[in-house]
Design a protein around this ligand. Structure first.
Ligand SMILES: [Zn+2]
Length: 327
């Protein structure tokens, strides 16, 4: 084995394993916040495989990517690299396609200031609800693709193990998986860009802190979509010089009236609309929550500035470009 694989890739794999165990132990002992982390699992042959290479493990030879112990690989670039990359991850997806994903620094390109700010919350049936009252869902064709994927997965489960039919069905599932993934990511980028362009600050609820992750998201397929969207917003905010903050809230935002601040008590999830008992304002449950997130974000931001401390800077725009190779 040794000598066949670049040593940096082995080192990176060991580091990944160590981190996975640390997260698992941390989760067991309660020292780690957020969702519970399970025991690390072995890599599977038929699923996504990847190696990560740092400076010593790869080089760019013109348009080609040299990978240690492999060779120069022809790459179909999806876009130009903004700077010299510090690492590359070579990925083989379950559908057999290879990708190279680079980590490279990108200089920020601030947009002209905007006077608007927005709070966003995870919608029950949609992707997000904004404090402006806008409901943004997933596009119809994404839902159609998700249904096709579910159908293909059911078909796969009926195929006999070790059969040629099963191999074909598995490939079909992998292809549909990729299509769903790409469609969802594309959609997330578009929404994130619009929110960041139109608003000086974007505030989102930190679901990991709120502890509602499981109960609220269990009935929703959008949890993957939500965290991906929030990551996209964070990236773009850093890129365009906007503020992005996660609100780790302690008050349940759906119980507080965004007009007068009175806590009105818990409401069953079926209650979509309610009138505040104190001020009489009629609220849409989700828009009210988004408004409370906006208010909490503004308060945090003001406190941070008042104390002479700037809001937590977002990590400098480390861009991960995905560049597909035809290898
Ligand atoms: Zn009220």
């Amino acid at each position: 084995m040794a000598g066949e694989v670049a040593s940096v890739a082995l080192v990176q794999a060991c580091q990944d394993a160590r981190r996975a165990y640390r997260n698992w132990f941390g989760s067991l002992s309660g020292g780690r916040k957020g969702r519970r982390v399970g025991h690390p699992v072995f890599r599977r042959r038929h699923q996504r495989q990847s190696i990560r290479l740092t400076r010593n493990g790869f080089a760019l030879h013109g348009q080609r990517l040299y990978v240690a112990k492999v060779r120069d690989i022809r790459v179909e670039w999806s876009r130009a690299l903004p700077s010299v990359p510090s690492s590359v991850t070579v990925i083989k997806e379950a559908d057999g396609r290879y990708y190279a994903s680079f980590v490279a620094e990108r200089a920020a390109t601030p947009l002209p200031a905007s006077g608007r700010e927005v709070g966003i919350d995870l919608g029950p049936a949609s992707l997000i609800v904004t404090s402006d009252g806008e409901v943004i869902g997933n596009p119809r064709f994404l839902r159609a693709r998700e249904r096709a994927l579910a159908r293909a997965q059911r078909a796969l489960s009926r195929k006999e193990k070790g059969s040629a039919n099963r191999v074909r069905a598995r490939h079909r599932v992998a292809v549909l998986h990729r299509k769903v993934r790409e469609t969802r990511l594309d959609h997330a980028h578009k929404i994130a860009l619009r929110l960041v362009r139109d608003n000086q600050a974007v505030y989102a609820e930190d679901l990991a802190v709120s502890g509602l992750m499981r109960t609220r998201l269990a009935r929703s397929v959008s949890d993957a979509g939500w965290s991906q969207l929030v990551r996209c917003i964070e990236e773009k905010a850093a890129q365009y010089g906007r503020t992005f903050a996660r609100i780790g809230r302690f008050e349940p935002t759906s119980q507080v009236c965004s007009a007068c601040g009175v806590k009105d008590g818990p409401k069953p999830l079926g209650v979509r609309e309610w009138a505040c008992a104190a001020c009489g304002t009629v609220h849409d449950r989700d828009v009210n929550a988004a408004k409370n997130i906006l208010a909490a974000g503004r308060a945090d931001n003001k406190n941070a500035c008042g104390a002479g401390v700037r809001p937590r800077p977002v990590a400098a725009g480390a861009e991960t470009g995905t560049h597909q190779s035809a290898a």
